[in-house]
Write a protein that binds this ligand. Structure first.
Ligand SMILES: [Zn+2]
Length: 141
């Protein structure tokens, strides 16, 4: 949770816009959502205004299974932004969702030495403020 009275640097938070509001609304409800083109049905992530396959602008939101595999990762030791330095070392991971899209996140509940490319992961949500939840992933069977 953020602490407005702290002298510590504050965690940068996502700033929803017209294209990704549905994604962040879903996270707040602990639901991972992918944009789905209303013309051709293709799923996409990260959110953007136009379908890369058919150029349609209309889309809706599909609920992802929240499951996937660890595609690649890095361990950040720093130096990094002051707000993240106290968390180092930490991982930054690319997850390939079972629906085929990629998402950048962190793997939680897993020591760095246990991270393995190809391991199964599932989404969990970190309620960092009263209005913002971040999707993270943890090892899954
Ligand atoms: Zn399309």
């Amino acid at each position: 949770m953020s602490d407005d009275t702290s002298d510590q640097p504050r965690l940068p938070l996502p700033v929803p816009n017209a294209d990704n509001q549905g994604f962040w609304d879903g996270c707040r409800q602990h639901e991972l959502r992918l944009q789905r083109c209303r013309a051709c049905g293709r799923l996409r992530h990260p959110p953007r205004p136009m379908c890369a396959r058919c150029n349609a602008l209309e889309y809706d939101w599909a609920r992802s299974s929240g499951r996937g595999t660890l595609f690649t990762f890095s361990i950040v030791h720093g130096p990094t932004l002051p707000v993240f330095q106290a968390r180092a070392p930490y991982n930054v991971a690319v997850i390939e969702l079972d629906e085929g899209q990629f998402i950048v996140s962190n793997i939680v509940d897993c020591p760095a030495e246990a991270l393995r490319i190809g391991m199964r992961v599932a989404v969990v949500f970190d309620d960092v403020t009263d209005t913002v939840s971040l999707p993270k992933f943890r090892p899954a069977a």
